[in-house]
Design a binder for this molecule. Structure first.
Ligand code: SF4
Length: 244
């Protein structure tokens, strides 16, 4: 990435810029040694994360069919209060899959995940590692907004997760980035804190997709002092992606 542009993006994150020693392309060139990643990825040996109901291996479901199924879904009561479903957006051949928890008010209105200020910060975070929003795929565990932006219930997450599994089966990403505690804990079926889930390579589903955890941009807007940690997580994920 152009150093001036990189500086600009990092500044947008509220972070001091590193001095670039190269111009790595997304993912493939992520092994470039700048900035130095202090810690080697720890490939989780065990336990293998379950995260796969088998729905992702359903034959004959393509993107249009899956989108239509989600749009018509009434599996949980969130269908009664949504404006529309929020299926996901991005490159259907992306190496990166970004997963959040659920649509908020603005996402519910626009039908697209990660819009508004949190979405803009996510875009800046991605650009800081050389990725345009259009290069990745972005989705949530829940496709419908929980009223009042409350946390999803376990039952709602269980009902909706098969759709994400089907998206993963179609996408076949090299790396998943779970943003926020709710997304991470639901995907990994754990109650371990986000702080302890960071900086590790977890595995998701039947295809054992590498999964890295970081903070939700909405949290980072409230707690900008943790942006530095998020930046470390993104670099970590980039290195994981480059090794796949
Ligand atoms: S949240 Fe998911 S399972 Fe519930 S109605 Fe919406 S699409 Fe269906």
């Amino acid at each position: 990435m152009n150093p001036a542009l990189r500086h600009e993006y990092l500044a947008a994150l509220g972070l001091q810029s590193w001095v670039s020693r190269g111009t790595p392309a997304p993912c493939e060139a992520a092994v470039a040694p700048e900035p130095v990643i202090a810690r080697e990825p720890v490939i989780a040996r065990e336990p293998v994360i379950p995260g796969d109901s088998g729905a992702g291996r359903e034959a004959g479901v393509d993107w249009p069919e899956l989108r239509a199924r989600v749009a018509a879904c009434t599996r949980c009561t969130l269908c009664n209060t949504r404006t529309q479903t929020v299926f996901g957006v991005g490159n259907p051949k992306a190496d990166w899959l970004i997963v959040g928890e659920a649509p908020g008010a603005e996402e519910d209105r626009q039908g697209e995940p990660f819009v508004g200020r949190a979405g803009q910060l996510l875009n800046s975070m991605l650009r800081a590692i050389g990725l345009a929003r259009e290069q990745v795929y972005i989705a949530n565990i829940l496709k419908c907004r929980p009223p009042g932006n409350r946390d999803p219930t376990a039952a709602e997450a269980a009902e909706c997760l098969p759709y994400l599994e089907q998206q993963i089966a179609l996408l076949r990403p090299k790396v998943m980035l779970a943003v926020g505690r709710i997304a991470a804990q639901n995907l990994l079926r754990t109650e371990v804190t986000l702080g302890r889930l960071r900086q590790q390579v977890h595995r998701f589903g039947h295809s054992q997709v590498p999964l890295v955890v970081t903070y939700h941009p909405a949290y980072l807007l409230r707690t900008p002092t943790d942006k530095r940690k998020a930046w470390e997580d993104l670099k970590f994920a980039r290195e994981v992606c480059a090794r796949v």
